[in-house]
Design a protein around this ligand. Structure first.
Ligand code: ZN
Ligand code: ZN
Length: 138
């Protein structure tokens, strides 16, 4: 299903393609991965993709995440209310989580007027493939 074009954003070819790629992916992607997926005819420069993602982030179209042990930011479409990911410490694969540990949690913030609008949860471990290699290998 296609989501509506984000308000306040001019349509450009690159923006359309970046959005297309993100719409088809379940997992967050780095700018370079997005670039590689656009590929083919009329490939775009990574710098263009970075700029596009920055713009998207400002407009709330995408979420920017950085995962443990990596300097590379990854991006996901801001279509789920929110979602968490588990990160494999070995291959840095990002696996979506189905639940949120914060759902039943009310943050108590020392500043009375503080409005909580979001949170980050970092879960890490080994993905099925890496866990398997670990127990077999040695
Ligand atoms: Zn792994
Ligand atoms: Zn959550």
């Amino acid at each position: 299903m296609k989501s509506a074009w984000p308000e306040g954003l001019k349509k450009t070819k690159t923006r359309e393609r970046v959005l297309d790629v993100l719409e088809q992916e379940k997992c967050p992607l780095s700018a370079l991965e997005i670039c590689a997926r656009i590929g083919g005819e009329g490939a775009v420069w990574p710098s263009t993709v970075y700029r596009t993602l920055e713009q998207f982030e400002k407009n709330g179209v995408v979420n920017r995440l950085t995962v443990m042990g990596s300097d590379t930011a990854v991006y996901e479409l801001n279509r789920f209310c929110h979602k968490h990911y588990a990160v494999c410490m070995s291959c840095h694969k990002i696996v979506p989580m189905e639940n949120c540990p914060m759902e039943a949690f009310t943050p108590r913030v020392q500043d009375d007027g503080f409005q909580v609008v979001g949170h980050n949860v970092e879960v890490y471990g080994y993905c099925a493939g890496c866990a398997c290699n670990k127990s077999e290998g040695k």
